[in-house]
Structure formats: structure tokens, C-alpha cells
Design a protein around this ligand. Structure first.
Ligand code: IFM
Length: 452
């Protein structure tokens, strides 16, 4: 039945079906070949920071098994692979000289992907800031934006001839607010709304500075940014819940989207957050609004919000309706993909949109005696979410591809290894990879798209 539904999906012609990963979550080899320390190398050693006391020190050992992993992608029939480069492999101290061995690793990865006819989608920043920059304030420090631009320049000079899709930042909402406002993620600062707003302004500035440099170094490529967005609905029709929803939506969605697509932060957020705002210099808005070619959307759930006490002055609380939930407590709600595509298309009209991450965490996955992993819930999740993309494409929304999160089980930040998201199982004792049933379903979808 699931196989039939996967076969019946009608995705647009030339639709890319890929998988996404992130350097810190899969590579391991934290200090190999001259790599410097990142904030996640440091944060994972803090007692209590990671639920199972683990780290990405070994993770999937992808640094040493990259070719094997590309063979897996080929077996799955992927047409694209979204990965991130580790800033500390390429510029170990964040702002100094280039480490050629770091560039060489990614150069080999790109060459092997191209040889396998898999399009490389390169993300420059997926949360692993060089620790030496953190020691100078990290994203609190405006200089970090300029260091990021230099790093983007170096990477795009090296790979601009071969990489045709560039992403500056992955999920600034999460890495800024969880890193600087709540302290759940590295660097672990709990500075409330001011932390989230100041760090995200500097991250967006870094994005805006990087875009023209990437364009100059990779002239015939597409440049974009990836936001984690949710369509937000109020828990009730009360004025207070409606207002709380709007505040949350302002912070998670419009703060980022308005800055990039409209050239100014939303007025209601500026009024609400008056005393915790960053310093915004005259040309900043214009720099941040550098035109982009595509928007990547990471979407895992919808958000239902009520008035509450979280992160003043946002003062919201999340409401969880009865339903089915993932191992990280996200409600399974496939319509969230259609709704977010409509929301973005209607309000910001990016030229192209990719669903750059979407996937399901399930606890307690068992390898059978036959070496199989039966995860029908994930298989159904993929079909249901991709059906919503087909629906959006039919309505004329320019959605061009889908990246499942994630290729293989890996280090899930503060959850460590307790909540696998992969369509490929990894036995972390032996590093053996096994395609799960959901991976087989995904391969059917990928094949249909590449045949069409
Ligand atoms: O694992 C993360 C990824 O690094 C960023 N987006 C969400 C994923 C699942 O939580």
C-alpha cells in the first residue's frame, strides 16, 4: 500500500529528491588534518548539556567513510545531497589562514558526488562556529559577520566552479535563539530575547555580506538561505492568544523573512523589543536584503500558540493538541508543508523554494535478525509530506526539491544519539549502515522523479 502511494506521487518534472546532513552531526574526526575547535566540540563536553553525555567526536565517521556514504546515496537514487562545510576544517581559528587539508576533504566529496550524478548543495554554516570566534563574543560580536563573509569567500573561490547551489546559513532562528536566548544549544547562553535578536542580526548581516562574494566566485550558481519556519495559529480566538501567536510568528518567521525579502525588520517586532534590540547600522538592512535565488525551508511541524511567559517580551506558550508525536515531541502534521509553502509564496514570493529539511525522529528502532529496520511510520510520513508538496506544486508554487532529514542516523544535538532521524540506520558500535524500509520507500520516490 505504502509502496503504491509512493509510486503514485505526482511531483513536478525535474523535481530534486535528496537528503540533508550537517558536518558536526556526521563527520567525527574533530581534530583531524588541522581542524580547529568549534563551539559544538566545546559545548558537548559540558556536563549535562547532552542528554546521553555523547558528542559528535566520532558520529558516523563520515570523514573517513565519505565514499561509502556516497555509494549509499547512489543506491537510494538521490539526485541531490545537501551537506555543510565545517568552518573550523577550512579556517581553523575562524579568521586566519586557510587549512588546505580541510578544503581537500570537501573537494573530494564534491568530485565524488558529481561523478555519481548527485548535485551538491553546500551550506556554509550549520551551527559549528569556531570556538576562537566564540571567545571574542561569537555572533554577539559584529566582527563575526565579516569573518563569516571571508570564510564564504574562501569556500566559494575553491568550489565555485563545481557547486551550483549555495546556502549561507542554516536555521538562524534555532542557532541564535537556542544558542543565545535559551542556552539549549552551543554556545549555551541563556540571555533571553536580547541574545536571540542581537546574534541573529549579526548572522543575517554575515549572510548579506556573503551573498555578493559567492555570486562573484560562482557566477552561474544559485545562492540562498535556509530558514526554519512554521505556520503559527492561535490556540483560541481570544485577543491574548491571537497577539501571542503574532509575536511568536514575528520572532521566528517575519524577523528573518522581512529582513531578507523586504529589507527591514517588521515594525511590530521593533516596537515590541525596543529595549532588547541590536544596534542596526544604516546600511545593514540593505546588505541583508541582497537578492537571493532561492529560499530553503526546514519544516517539521505547525505551531499552535497561546499567551504565556516564555522569552519575554514574546510571552508565548506552545500548545500541543492530541495527536501523533515524534520522538522529539513534534506533532506529525503533514499539512504543515503545504501551509508553509503557501505562507511564504503569498507573502514573499521567492523565485524558487526548496524544502531543505523535513523528517521524523523515532525512538527505539530495532534491527531484525534479518538485518532489516521496519519503520512504516517514517515511510508514511515521507509519502504524506511529499504529497503536500505535490499539492503545492499543482497550485503553482515554485517548489523545486525536497531533502529528507536525514540521510543516516546521527548526532542529534542536545538529544545525542537517542532520537534517530535517518532513512539509513547506523550501528554506532560497528559503523555499519543499513537502509531502513523508509529508505526503500524514499528510493521509489527518487526513482519516479528522476524517470519523469
Ligand atoms: O538535526 C537538526 C538539524 O541540524 C537542523 N534542523 C533540524 C534537525 C532535526 O532536529
Amino acid at each position: 500500500m505504502l509502496i503504491q502511494s509512493a509510486r503514485a506521487l505526482k511531483l513536478p518534472c525535474q523535481f530534486l529528491v535528496g537528503a540533508a546532513t550537517c558536518a558536526y552531526q556526521i563527520e567525527g574526526a574533530p581534530f583531524c588534518d588541522g581542524k580547529g575547535e568549534s563551539i559544538w566540540d566545546r559545548f558537548t563536553k559540558k556536563p549535562g548539556a547532552i542528554i546521553d553525555g555523547s558528542s559528535g567526536d566520532i558520529a558516523c565517521d563520515h570523514y573517513h567513510r565519505m565514499s561509502e556514504d556516497i555509494a549509499l546515496m547512489k543506491q537510494l537514487g538521490l539526485s541531490a545531497y545537501r551537506f555543510s562545510t565545517a568552518w573550523t576544517r577550512i579556517i581553523p581559528d575562524g579568521s586566519g589562514s586557510i587549512n588546505q587539508a580541510g578544503l581537500d576533504f570537501y573537494s573530494r566529496l564534491i568530485d565524488e558526488l558529481l561523478a555519481a550524478h548527485i548535485a551538491p548543495f553546500l551550506t556554509l554554516y550549520h551551527w559549528d562556529l569556531p570556538q576562537l570566534l566564540q571567545d571574542k563574543g561569537g555572533w554577539y560580536n559584529r566582527d563575526t559577520a565579516y569573518h563569516f563573509a571571508n570564510y564564504a569567500d574562501a569556500v566559494s573561490r575553491a568550489f565555485g566552479d563545481r557547486v551550483k547551489h549555495w546556502t549561507t546559513l542554516n536555521e538562524p532562528w534555532t542557532f541564535c535563539w537556542s544558542g543565545y536566548a535559551t542556552g539549549e544549544d552551543a554556545p549555551g547562553l541563556s540571555d533571553g530575547a536580547r541574545g536571540g535578536l542581537v546574534s541573529s542580526h549579526h548572522a543575517l548581516l554575515g549572510h548579506g555580506l556573503a551573498v555578493p562574494l559567492i555570486r562573484a566566485n560562482a557566477p552561474d550558481s544559485s545562492v540562498g538561505i535556509v530558514f526554519d519556519l512554521n505556520v503559527v495559529t492561535p490556540a483560541t480566538t481570544s485577543l491574548s492568544d491571537v497577539a501571542a501567536s503574532k509575536r511568536f510568528e514575528g520572532a521566528q518567521n517575519r524577523w528573518f523573512l522581512d529582513a531578507v525579502f523586504k529589507g527591514a525588520y517588521p515594525e511590530d517586532m521593533l516596537n515590541l523589543c525596543g529595549d532588547v534590540l541590536p544596534e542596526i547600522e544604516n546600511s545593514d538592512n540593505q546588505i541583508i536584503a541582497a537578492p537571493i535565488d532561492y529560499l530553503g525551508i526546514n519544516i517539521y511541524r505547525r505551531s499552535i500558540m497561546a499567551e504565556g511567559t516564555e522569552l519575554p517580551p514574546l510571552n508565548f506558550q506552545r500548545v500541543s493538541p492530541p495527536g501523533n508525536y515524534s520522538a522529539v515531541n513534534y506533532e506529525i502534521w503533514p499539512e504543515c508543508v503545504y501551509d508553509v509553502l503557501q505562507y511564504v509564496h503569498q507573502n514573499y514570493a521567492p523565485n524558487e523554494i526548496f524544502i531543505s529539511e523535513n523528517g521524523l525522529a523515532l525512538a527505539h528502532e530495532i534491527v531484525t535478525d534479518e538485518g532489516e529496520i521496519h519503520d512504516p511510520i517514517r515511510g508514511k510520513y515521507l509519502v504524506d509530506h511529499l504529497s503536500q508538496i505535490a499539492r503545492a506544486a499543482k497550485d503553482g508554487i515554485p517548489v523545486k526539491g525536497y531533502f529528507v532529514w536525514t540521510l543516516m542516523d546521527n548526532f542529534e544535538w542536545a538529544y545525542g544519539y537517542t532520537v534517530p532521524f535517518g532513512i539509513v540506520h547506523v550501528d554506532f558500535e560497528t559503523q555499519r549502515r543499513r537502509i531502513k524500509d523508509s529508505g526503500k520507500i524514499f528510493a521509489i520516490i527518487a526513482k519516479n522523479c528522476s524517470d519523469s
